[in-house]
Design a protein around this ligand. Sequence first.
Ligand code: GDP
Ligand code: IMO
Ligand code: MG
Length: 428
Amino acid sequence: MPAVVVVGAQWGDEGKGKATDQLGSRVDYVVKFNGGNNAGHTVVVGDEKYALHLLPSGILTPGVVPVIGNGVVVDVDVLFQELDDLTERGVDVSKLRVSANAHVIPSYNRTLDKVTERFLGKRQIGTTGRGIGPTYADKMSRVGLRIQDLFDESILRQKVEAALELKNQILVKVYNRRAAAVDEVVAELLTHAERLRPMVADTALELNEALDAGKTVLFEAGQAAMLDVDHGTYPFVTSSSATAGGACTGSGIGPTRIDRVVGVIKAYATRVGEGPFPTELFDESGDFLRTTGGEFGTTTGRPRRTGWYDAVVARYASRVNGLTDLVLTKLDVLTGLERIPVCVAYDVDGVRLDEMPTDQSAYHHATPVYEEFEGWSEDITGVREFEDLPAAAQSYVLELEKISGARISSIGVGPDREATIIRHDLLG
Ligand code: GDP
Ligand code: IMO
Ligand code: MG
């Protein structure tokens, strides 16, 4: 099973980090192909808890080659902070490869991200403030800075000058901020250049060669389908392609190479930041999910919005990603609930919709049509075989499987690497 893509099937934070980490020992490469340090993946290994942002979760597994693909936006300071933190904790990070074509997040884009949000006021997106949106915008506008530019000071200077010509007008005249100085920006970007140089590679070539040689490559998405710039709840999305297609464009491999697409999905739903979320709960059930599930952002610490499982979203994510498997996470969090509502369709102005409305306004006032399932009260965190789950938990999973568009191959019953029930081998 050479190429496997792992994506988020909701609004992020589904547990992609744990899913990747779990497959770690059986894969040769783990590639991050989109996003940047807006992502936050918590991985628990024994007594150790790691919070990864820019680095692919595969970095925790000895032997794996972690790759930052061309589709990623790299904050170089954050990269070295993360590498240093992991090194201090005894993780070998020496195999990391970084695409020469990945874009760099300059400090002026962090500033622009934050001031744009403030300017938007009520209409803000609730971004992570890491400069992600402005850096992808620069990439598309062809005024971005790439990793390879850091190794030629005169080219870097020309590119920064060109970018700042417009950016400084915006910073000063629209946002009333200080102009960014070319010299300062260049110096900042060059700080880590020499340290970075040995890691930089033609990662697309390396990955294709690895696949040719029969190696196993796992492509790990940041964010999720509903935050994807094309398929998500635009404009309340991130600025990259977080769906399976992004694995190709963001790493330089062709779609014919992908064998399996795995969607990670929680047994309920969460969202961070603004934007529509039909099953959102504002009552004590929502507090229960937030508290029991530890739903506070890995990146910004913000409390996550919580709601019931949304099968319309699951079916949509299955479709736009071509999912072959679902990894259902956090089933343990639902323990203790008497009844568990699941959204099976939406009601939009009295009309039942079984699939996602294409119209943004319709989605903003879609209300869930719920079906209720029986809960269970037994502790399931120690269960490792599907048949050992309480009957009601088994039936909850089977019901979700029927309406979610792909088979449920693995079930998470706790944050730990081992706390997983495998139904179908994801690499088999
Ligand atoms: P990611 O961004 O998709 O990698 O997800 P995050 O790491 O942001 O959020 C998922 C959280 O859920 C992390 O704190 C994980 O340790 C935790 N987690 C993952 N799977 C499970 C599970 O099956 N049960 C429980 N209780 N926690 C889980
Ligand atoms: P992982 O990989 C959850 C959300 C932000 C905001 C929107 C745009 O951990 O699942 P951005 O800073 O990307 O421009 O913000 O996207 N967002 C995430 N929400 N998990 C993430 O990553 C996210 N990355 C971005 O909250 O609403
Ligand atoms: Mg996360």
